[in-house]
Design a protein around this ligand. Structure first.
Ligand code: FAD
Length: 428
């Protein structure tokens, strides 16, 4: 299938695509899924000299990776649960480990972009904004925690009377600016990484849907036009993945997230509403997130629909929030709107594990996956390559499974999320 009709697909720098698999091949590691999880794992493995193949059913970055808000932040979503669960493996070191995790993905991405010269509009600067006093208290606590851990040069608490220096919006009573966080043209980053992996010998296949997995002395990925035999397999299809459901059912539930992009703004309007070109999200559980693109459009997302179904008219649903945020954009043209699915995990800790000794799965970022996918790709590759890794820290986490199918699970999560949405509304 073609990419969603997104801003990313329309403005992608690399449009040549990758070939489809045609015939049987043999590699060290075969990967299902050409999003950040699969592609970043391929880069890590190829850099270690392993023979790698990636099968993507559609196009590289077709899933959540090519549809997201492009914000690379230190938010882990499930950080409290992580600290509790990671204690099982790390004891007293768990808290330090979780803090370090917040930033590891940033370094991986920044270094990779520099190393391979990936053109993807990578920029620094992101703010979490406060709509109410409770958000402000949370941001202050994060700021203090960051300063206590030596991040004071990257962080700044912005009081209400200084917010105008960053955003032309009267919604907020303060914000936490983080200069280590970044934003990016997500599809260009993923395709750039795929090209980097290819330059190291990895085979990247598009339009190559894996239809079955065969276990055995050496497992196999079966596709319509060929079979890949490998020493190890990695399943990285996240919310779009439907293989091996008898083993994976009840673990991950798809949530549909929405995004839209305005027409290009005059440069002076873009600078007026967001003079420092930062990415932004607010402090609610179900939050609005936005940023400028390289060509002065506003990319604006929000209003998670946890039922796993795409919304009817995304632009109409998101426009009121955009206009509330920036009144001067009232009536602005919307050129693109689209939805994408990310995998929600009940405790919000990404799930990694093995379906057999040689078949790994890595999935479930609960809406915060750009940095996390790269972290888990690093851990997975190190585990496969037999190097020291903290893969087991994630693997040892206890995950709940709901004894229901994906759509029923998504609906149940939707009911829970309706509660948080109501709580956000009352508090704002
Ligand atoms: C609208 C939206 C906004 C978001 N905003 C942000 C954000 O601002 N910041 C952030 O950190 N995170 C954000 N996220 C989350 C982030 O994009 C994801 O967590 C991340 O991209 C997941 O990457 P992935 O590779 O695991 O999955 P995906 O990118 O979904 O890739 C999975 C791929 O597997 C392929 N596949 C599935 N089954 C098969 C098969 N049988 N054979 C072959 N291929 C298969 C699919 O075609 C797909 O391309 C957002 C997500 C969405 C949807």
């Amino acid at each position: 299938m073609e990419h969603a009709k997104s801003y990313y697909a329309a403005s992608a720098r690399h449009k040549d695509g990758f070939p489809a698999l045609d015939g049987d091949i043999d590699v060290d590691v075969a990967i299902v899924g050409g999003g950040f999880t699969g592609i970043a794992t391929a880069v890590e493995l190829a850099e270690r000299g392993l023979r790698v193949a990636v099968c993507e059913a559609n196009q590289i970055g077709w899933g959540a990776t090519g549809r997201n808000g492009g914000q690379i932040t230190g938010s882990l979503s499930g950080d409290t649960a992580m600290e509790r669960e990671f204690k099982r493996t790390l004891g007293d070191q768990a808290s330090e480990f979780v803090w370090d995790l917040r930033w590891r993905g940033h370094d991986i991405i920044k270094n990779r972009v520099e190393k391979y010269g990936i053109k993807c509009d990578l920029k620094f600067g992101q703010m979490q904004t406060a709509l109410n006093k409770s958000h402000l208290r949370e941001l202050t606590a994060t700021f203090e925690q960051g300063c206590a851990r030596g991040m004071q040069d990257h962080l700044e608490m912005v009081p209400a009377d200084k917010m105008g220096e960053y955003l032309e919006s009267d919604l907020y009573i303060g914000g936490l600016l983080n200069r280590r966080n970044m934003h990016v043209h997500s599809l260009d980053l993923c395709v750039g990484e795929a090209l980097a992996a290819q330059s190291l010998g990895a085979q990247i296949f598009e339009n190559t849907k894996v239809t079955a997995i065969e276990y055995g002395a050496r497992p196999k990925l079966v596709t319509e036009n060929g079979v890949i035999t490998a020493d190890k397999l990695v399943l990285a299809g996240n919310a779009y993945h439907l293989l091996e459901q008898e083993k994976l059912r009840g673990k991950l539930f798809p949530a549909s997230l929405a995004n839209m992009v305005t027409e290009p703004l005059d440069a002076d309007v873009a600078r007026a509403i967001n003079p420092q070109d930062i990415a932004v999200y607010d402090g609610r559980f179900i939050l609005d997130y936005y940023r400028l693109t390289a060509d002065n459009r506003v990319m604006f997302g929000g209003g998670t629909n946890y039922s796993g179904r795409d919304s009817g008219d995304i632009a109409a649903e998101l426009r009121p929030a955009l206009e509330r945020t920036f009144p001067r954009l009232k009536g602005v043209g919307i050129d693109y709107s689209w939805a994408g699915m990310d995998g929600i995990i009940l405790n919000r800790i990404p799930q990694v594990g093995r379906l057999s000794k040689d078949v790994f799965y890595v999935q479930g970022y609960s809406g915060h996956g750009i940095a996390l996918t790269h972290i888990l790709a690093d851990l997975t590759a190190r585990e496969i390559a037999g190097e020291a890794s903290e893969f087991n820290v994630f693997e040892n986490v206890r995950h709940w499974s709901l004894p229901v199918g994906r759509s029923m699970g998504s609906l149940m999560i939707a009911v829970g999320m309706a509660y948080y949405r109501m709580r956000d509304r009352i508090a704002s």
